[in-house]
Each structure stands twice: as structure tokens, then as C-alpha cells.
Design a protein around this ligand. Structure first.
Ligand SMILES: Cc1cc2nc3c(=O)[nH]c(=O)nc-3n(C[C@H](O)[C@H](O)[C@H](O)COP(=O)(O)O)c2cc1C
Length: 825
């Protein structure tokens, strides 16, 4: 509701071509004054599809093929000897490549990595076809087997320290944010992150094996060094030298191998259980052992704040079941449609299926006023009770008892129903009973609701962001992400083309959707591919210093106000997201205003808006990298939370100016041809905007071979975050549906950093901004829809989502000729 959005009076959907107020050009003393009164732009959005334009990347020619359908010069086509994409009969010229990077890249540059210039990535002038590894005659697929990824050339080379031979023109100062050397995936002790969508955890038993394990008999009096010792003794403190060294006592004894394995086994094989409970009663002595284990938990100030209320009565359990049912319904109502559909299939409690329910409480007053440790952190009381729950859970597993934690309760309601003292906090409601089996994986993982996050994502060395597993050097998030980006899998692609040939429809009759479905197969390495549902649109928001140059009539504060509108559900993106069942996630990477915390808002502000790039760089290189990382982490979060498609969205008053600058750099096009009217500016403002872009490019002379440098010079924080989002999605083999001109600009940067990132990209739509056409042409991406939208916010990507989902669904549900008994021609 607009009234609830903190002052947004009009949606940006109103940003039509209607007359607009004059720009506040004279608002600030500007370091640069663009001339006004320049003729109207020569380039208007073309009504023709992008197919009319010649894509910069040259698609591989389609080998002469079997008779009928005319082959389309789409990069993925050469994989398949029979052209499967039949252009519509009325199509005069075949569309250009969908420019889907495919399979393995041709080995690039013989030059050894060490001699690479100290630049980010040399953009590959040839798009899709370059990534093909379809060397077999007749189009057979000699590509890698599923799961086996041969080493890839490193597309992005960190700056090696001094490079005397490097071309000065492209050299950029090495940044601290990019370490000079990064081990290849093969060098990693835990290569998981590079291989899986969300890579599996390292081996479950994570305890390092000491070089020599004491024999069980020695366990009581262990040898002096049973455990790995620090490589070096710490330096003695000054003044301590004179003291007699204390006699070295042996460290405490570890468990023997079997006992230690038993501890790890019980943790590994503990599961939250909701299905498959048996009615068998739980003997008293068994329940007692389990409660004793809970009661040995650590607690703040040893306050032992827990109580356990054991419920067996069927009548009480029925009442509890009813309470939980109501909250379950309320939660279901709050979900996006696609999530609600998934949720309907999940069982979230087993209150009536289990003979014993246990309520675990925390008494925040236990131990009196001076409980040690609770003075500063009162939440330590319920945390302590949560530890008792974990002990209970593990002990129950060892007894063969399943436990299911139910958090679908209004705590006060529960307290009243159970007549608990009002001062108690409810920590857990547990359903306990014998079970048929303990599944190997969490039920939420098995059902596709969520994925495990790898350990390597969450361990930081010394300071947050220096991610490293013990024994590893800290790794750079961007480089780690790039390491995991792979081309489309040739085998799955081949299977896709094969399957499409056998589906009950004329070959190629689904046109572009066949290319998308093959891309999804190659990306996921599965045929048929997972249907990309649920999906989430991430709207990255940021402000722009160049706003001060009068490039838009909209005041800057509208960025923050629109963020409030997104969060309140009142924007166009919310309506479209509701229509297609997607989640809206808003990320503040650089809004000038302070934004209050709100559900759905990720506070990741790198800085409060960029600087005016007509006077200096928009941001520092470090800030650009930080915003890229925010995008990568957003992609990781959304994918780990179970999203199977990522949609780009953005919000930032004046961001089409930055988009135009980026596109001009990466397409080598004159600013006049790629600078559009954004929200609908008049001729005078447009002329100014063109000159602003032109001036900035002359000032910074950004080098497209240094993509991060270009972002820092003339980009926006939301552009940088979008770059990370695209790279992150690609590294997780998750499709990224691109929205409009800002996403196009970001995709150009992402491509320059890692060309194979395009393997994950689908162009959702073509914006009315001329720069977007130029970007798509350069990217070699054909947009799915072309409706003259120019709103941003992810709206075009959201509209395209059902098309992408349909492409995947057809692969699952359409019968084959043989299965349906349909005669082929
Ligand atoms: C604090 C907490 C609350 C939970 N609440 C519920 C719940 O209400 N319903 C449910 O089905 N699972 C609930 N779970 C179980 C989690 O979904 C489960 O722990 C997670 O998916 C990982 O699976 P695993 O426990 O089998 O490893 C809860 C778990 C915790 C720790």
C-alpha cells in the first residue's frame, strides 16, 4: 500500500514518457557541466527483435544438417548433428545465437598464467561457440562424463606481483582484495565447493586424525603427543624467560577411535523426524537416560535454566496439534505461491504420531539476580536450554528414538494451554518415539526445500570474510566463485537434444524454448533438468553520485522509498512476483539513506551511494569487490534456501546513466547510441545524460580488460552486486534470468570476468533502453520477451520466469514418440 511505504507517492511504473519536470541541473556545483540542447538521440528502441542485430560474438556455423529444419546458428546447436531448432517459417533470418556457452571452452591462450597481464579477464570476443568441446565427428559428444570436470583454463587471472612485461595500457594496480595467487580447485583439500551446485559437506568425520593414535590400552595414560601439536611453541612472554619452565603435563586423553567415531556417528545420524513414527511406548528407563543426558548440558553461570514437561495424554496432544495446525496455516499463507506448493507436501510435526511429547522451557530468573554471564547477555538462558535439547536429541538417537522439533506455536498460547508459569520461556516442543528409520539426509534437503551449506562457506580465519578451513590459506570469495564456474555439460546437452528429437512434436517446434531447455540440462548436468521453481528475484538497491549532474528528474530519496515499497509489497515487482509465485528479496548494497530493518531486507550496504563519476571514480576497487561479494553471497543464500532460479532486479535512481557508461565501455559504442531515456527524460536531460557519460569515459578511460576497474570508475554498487549475483548463480549451476539494462550491463562485466558465466544466463526480456539492445547483442543473448518495458525491479525477468519453467517442464512431461505410440515422420 503506498500509504505504508514511507512516502512513496507514485510507483516508478509511472515513469512514463509523459512530460517530466526539468532536471535539477543546477542543484550542485558540479565539477563538470554538460552542455545542454543537444539533438535528440539518434537511437530509439528498435521495434525489431534482437535477432535483427548481428551479435558481436560469432556463433559457430551450424554444420550442414539433415534435410528439413533450417539450422539456427545457435551456439548450442553444433552439439547436435540434427538441428533441433526450427525457426518459425515467417522468420526472414534466423535469430542470432542464444549465445549459450556450451561445454568445455576451447583451450585459450597458450600463454602460461604467470605471464598473463595483471588484468582481470580478457573478454572473449567469440561467445558461445568458443566454449564448445564438440570435437567429435558427426556431432557425437566426446565431452566429459557427468561429474567429471577436466581442469579449466583460469579465466580470471589475479594480478601477479610485479609483471615487468605486462602491457602498461592494461595493467592495473593489484588490489589487496585479490590475492596474488589462488590454488586451483585441484589444490584444495576440500574441492567440494567447486563441483556441486551447493557442494556437499566435507567428509562427515571432520576430526583430524592424529598422526599416531594412542592404542586403547594407552588411553588412560597417553603418550606425550597423542594429538597434533602446534607447529611452533608460542614465544615466551617478555620477562618469562627467567622462569623455570613448568614440567610438561600430557594433554588430556582423547577418546579412542571407536568412542570418537561413536560420538561423531550420533551427531551425523541424528535427524529431525516427522514421518515413520511407531506407536511403541518408550520405556521409563530409556526416557530417563535421555533426560539425564539433557540435564548434563552446559548452561550460563551453571544456572541449569531448563524444565522438561513430559506429555503423554492424547487429549493434551490433540489440543497441541490444533494450536500448531493454526500456525502452520498462517505460515503457509505468508509464502510465495511456489513455496506454498512445496510446503503443502511437508509434514512439520508428529504430535499425534508420537507416544511422548516433551516441552523444554527456560527460566530466565533461575540462579537469582547475579547469574554469571547472564547479566550482559540475557539470551544465554534460552540458549542453555537449547543445548539441553541437543543433548536430549543425541541421546535419543543413540536409543533409536526419533525426535521432531515443532516450532509452530504461539509461545504464550502454549504456556496458557499447558498452565505453565508465566515467567518461563518455551524453548522447544519435541515429539519423541521409535521410528522405522533415520534418513541419511535432512528431510528438507530430500524434498528440495533447502540445501546444505558447505563448511568452507562459514569458517573465517581471524576476521570475518577471510574464509579458510583449518590448514588452508584464506580464499578470496570471488576467486573461489570463479573457480567453480564451468561451461555447460556436453553430455547432458547431448541428451537434451536427443530427447527433444523423440518428444511428440516436430523437431524445433518449440523454437527458443528448446535452446533454453538444453541450456538448463547442460547447466544442471541433468536431463531432464530440474524445473526452476521456486525462484527468487533479488533487487539490489543503490544510489548514484552522478545523480547530482541532473541526469534524471527523480529525487534520489526515491530509491529508499521504493525499497520500502518493495518490502511492503506495493510495487510492480511484487505484483509480478505474486503472479509467478516468486520470492522478492531486497538487498541494500548502497542506498544513500539509512534503511530501517525489515523482514525481506538484506542490509549489505557497502557505502551510502557512489561518488559522482564525472569528478572521480564512482567507488574504490575494494568497494566494487565488496559489492560483488555481496552479490555472490546473496546468490549462495538464495540457492541454499532452495531456490532453483535466480532473477536479477535493481533499484537506483540514476542507474541507467551508470548502465550506459558500462555498456559503452564493454560494447565499444558511442555514448549517444547506448544512453537512453531511463524514466522518461526530455530531450534536454537526455542530451545532458549523454554528455555526462561521454565526459566520464573521457575522464577515466576505463579499460574493458579490467572489469573491476571499470565498475569502480563508472559503475553502481547495484551493478557490482549484480555481477556477483550472476557469477554466484553460475558457480552454483543455477539459472540466472536477467532483467533489463542494468542487468545487461552487469552481465557484460561478469562475462569479462568469467566468460563461462553466460552459461547460466537467460535474457528475460529486452528493455526499451537502447543500451540494452547493444548489451544483449554483445552478449549474444536473445531475450525471451520484448515488450518495451523499462521499469527495472526485476519485472521483465519475472515475466520471463514461466517461459523458462515451461521449457524445463516440457522436458519432464511431454511423452516421447515411442512411449506415446505416435508415428514419426
Ligand atoms: C530450533 C528448531 C526448530 C525447528 N522447528 C521445526 C518445525 O517446527 N517443524 C519441522 O518440521 N522441523 C523443525 N525443525 C527441524 C529442522 O527442520 C531440521 O533440524 C533441519 O531441517 C535439519 O534436519 P536434521 O535435523 O534432520 O539434520 C526445527 C529445528 C530446530 C533446530
Amino acid at each position: 500500500m503506498p500509504g505504508q511505504t514511507g512516502g512513496v507517492v507514485r510507483s516508478l511504473a509511472d515513469r512514463g514518457p509523459a512530460p517530466v519536470p526539468a532536471p535539477a541541473a543546477a542543484a550542485q556545483p558540479a565539477p563538470f557541466q554538460a552542455p545542454v540542447a543537444v539533438p535528440a538521440p539518434a537511437m530509439e528502441p528498435q521495434p525489431v527483435a534482437v535477432s535483427a542485430a548481428t551479435p558481436e560474438p560469432v556463433a559457430a556455423p551450424v554444420p550442414a544438417q539433415a534435410p528439413a529444419p533450417a539450422p539456427v546458428p545457435v551456439a548450442v546447436v553444433p552439439v547436435e548433428p540434427v538441428a533441433v531448432v526450427e525457426p518459425p517459417a515467417e522468420q526472414a533470418a534466423p535469430p542470432p545465437a542464444a549465445a549459450v556457452p556450451v561445454a568445455e571452452p576451447a583451450p585459450v591462450a597458450e600463454a602460461p598464467v604467470a605471464e598473463a597481464p595483471p588484468i582481470a579477464v580478457q573478454p572473449q570476443p567469440v561467445a558461445v561457440a568458443e566454449y564448445l568441446d564438440v570435437t567429435g565427428p558427426g556431432g557425437e559428444l566426446p565431452g566429459p562424463q557427468l561429474g567429471h570436470i577436466p581442469p579449466q583454463p583460469q579465466p580470471w587471472t589475479p594480478a601477479p606481483a610485479p609483471v615487468p612485461e605486462a602491457e602498461p595500457a592494461v595493467a592495473r594496480p593489484a588490489t589487496q582484495a585479490v590475492p596474488p595467487a589462488e590454488p586451483t580447485p585441484e589444490d584444495h583439500a576440500a574441492p567440494a565447493a567447486a563441483e556441486a551446485a551447493v557442494p556437499p559437506e566435507p567428509e562427515p568425520v571432520a576430526v583430524p586424525q592424529p598422526a599416531q593414535e594412542p592404542a586403547p590400552a594407552e588411553a588412560a595414560a597417553p603418550a606425550p603427543e597423542p594429538q597434533p601439536q602446534p607447529a611452533q611453541e608460542p614465544e615466551p612472554a617478555p620477562g618469562a624467560e627467567a622462569q623455570e619452565p613448568a614440567p610438561e603435563a600430557p594433554p588430556a586423553a582423547p577418546f579412542d577411535d571407536d568412542a570418537r567415531e561413536a560420538v561423531h556417528r550420533v551427531m551425523r545420524e541424528r535427524r529431525d523426524i516427522r514421518n515413520g513414527f511407531r506407536p511403541d511406548p518408550v520405556p521409563h528407563e530409556v526416557l530417563l537416560r535421555v533426560l539425564e543426558a539433557a540435564h548434563t548440558a552446559p548452561s550460563v553461570g551453571h544456572s541449569q535454566p531448563w524444565d522438561f514437561v513430559v506429555i503423554r495424554s492424547e487429549d493434551t496432544r490433540r489440543r497441541m496439534h490444533e494450536l500448531a495446525g493454526r500456525q502452520r496455516e498462517a505460515y503457509a499463507q505468508s509464502l510465495p505461491k511456489a513455496r506454498a506448493k512445496q510446503f503443502k507436501e511437508l509434514k512439520v510435526e508428529a504430535i499425534l504420531d508420537t507416544p511422548v511429547n516433551i516441552v523444554v522451557t527456560a527460566d530466565p530468573t533461575r540462579g537469582g539476580r547475579h547469574t554469571l554471564g547472564r547479566h550482559t547477555q540475557p539470551q544465554m538462558a534460552p540458549y542453555s536450554s537449547a543445548l539441553a535439547v541437543e543433548n536430549l536429541w543425541l541421546a535419543a538417537r543413540a536409543e533409536g528414538l526419533g525426535v521432531g522439533w515443532v516450532s509452530f506455536f504461539d509461545e504464550r498460547e502454549l504456556c496458557r494451554e499447558l498452565e505453565l508459569p508465566e515467567h518461563l520461556d518455551i524453548v522447544a516442543y519435541l515429539c519423541v518415539g521409535y521410528v522405522d528409520e533415520f534418513p541419511a539426509e535432512p528431510e528438507l534437503v530430500e524434498s528440495g526445500w533447502s540445501q546444505r551449506r558447505p563448511l568452507s562457506w562459514v569458517v573465517h580465519e581471524e576476521s570475518y570474510g577471510r574464509r579458510a578451513l583449518p590448514g588452508e590459506d584464506p580464499h578470496d570469495l570471488l576467486l573461489e566463485t570463479l573457480d567453480a564456474i564451468r561451461p555447460l555439460d556436453a553430455k547432458a546437452l547431448g541428451e537434451a537434444w536427443e530427447r527433444q528429437k523423440r518428444m511428440t512434436k516436430p523437431a524445433g517446434s518449440l523454437g527458443m524454448l528448446e535452446i533454453i531447455s538444453a541450456q538448463l540440462c547442460g547447466l544442471s548436468r541433468k536431463c531432464p533438468p530440474p524445473v526452476p521453481e521456486p525462484a527468487a528475484v533479488a533487487i539490489f538497491a543503490g544510489d548514484h553520485g552522478v545523480h547530482g549532474q541532473g541526469v534524471t528528474p527523480w529525487p534520489q530519496e526515491v530509491t529508499g522509498q521504493m525499497v520500502a515499497n518493495f518490502l511492503a509489497g506495493g510495487a510492480v515487482c511484487n505484483a509480478f512476483a505474486a503472479q509467478v509465485g516468486a520470492e522478492v528479496c531486497v538487498v541494500d548494497v548502497g542506498v544513500a539513506a539509512d534503511l530501517p530493518a525489515a523482514p525481506g531486507l538484506l542490509p549489505r550496504k557497502v557505502r551510502a551511494g557512489t561518488a559522482d563519476f564525472t569528478a572521480g571514480p564512482a567507488m574504490t576497487r575494494e568497494e566494487a569487490l565488496k559489492a560483488i561479494e555481496a552479490g555472490i553471497e546473496t546468490a549462495r543464500d538464495l540457492v541454499a534456501a532452495g531456490n532453483k532460479a535466480l532473477l536479477t532486479g535493481e533499484m537506483g535512481i540514476a542507474n541507467t546513466t551508470a548502465s550506459a557508461a558500462l555498456i559503452s565501455v564493454f560494447t565499444d559504442t558511442d555514448p549517444l547510441d547506448v544512453t537512453g531515456r531511463g524514466t522518461g527524460i526530455n530531450d534536454e536531460t537526455h542530451a545532458r545524460k549523454v554528455e555526462v557519460v561521454r565526459h566520464a569515459l573521457e575522464l577515466h578511460r576505463p579499460d574493458p580488460a579490467d572489469p573491476v576497474g571499470v565498475l569502480a570508475a563508472v559503475g553502481g554498487l547495484e551493478h557490482a552486486a549484480l555481477v556477483g549475483f550472476i557469477l554466484g548463480g553460475a558457480s552454483l549451476r543455477t539459472p540466472v534470468i536477467l532483467d533489463g539494462v542494468s542487468a545487461g550491463a552487469a552481465a557484460l562485466v561478469a562475462r569479462a570476468i568469467a566468460p563461462e558465466a553466460l552459461a547460466a544466463c537467460v535474457a528475460g526480456h529486452r528493455s526499451a533502453e537502447p543500451g540494452h539492445t547493444a548489451a544483449l547483442t554483445k552478449l549474444g543473448l536473445r531475450p525471451l520477451i520484448d515488450l518495451d518495458l523499462r521499469l527495472g525491479e526485476g519485472t521483465g525477468a519475472l515475466l520471463a520466469l514461466p517461459l523458462v519453467q515451461s521449457a524445463a517442464r516440457a522436458m519432464h512431461e511431454v511423452a516421447t514418440f515411442d512411449a506415446a505410440g505416435v508415428t514419426e515422420k
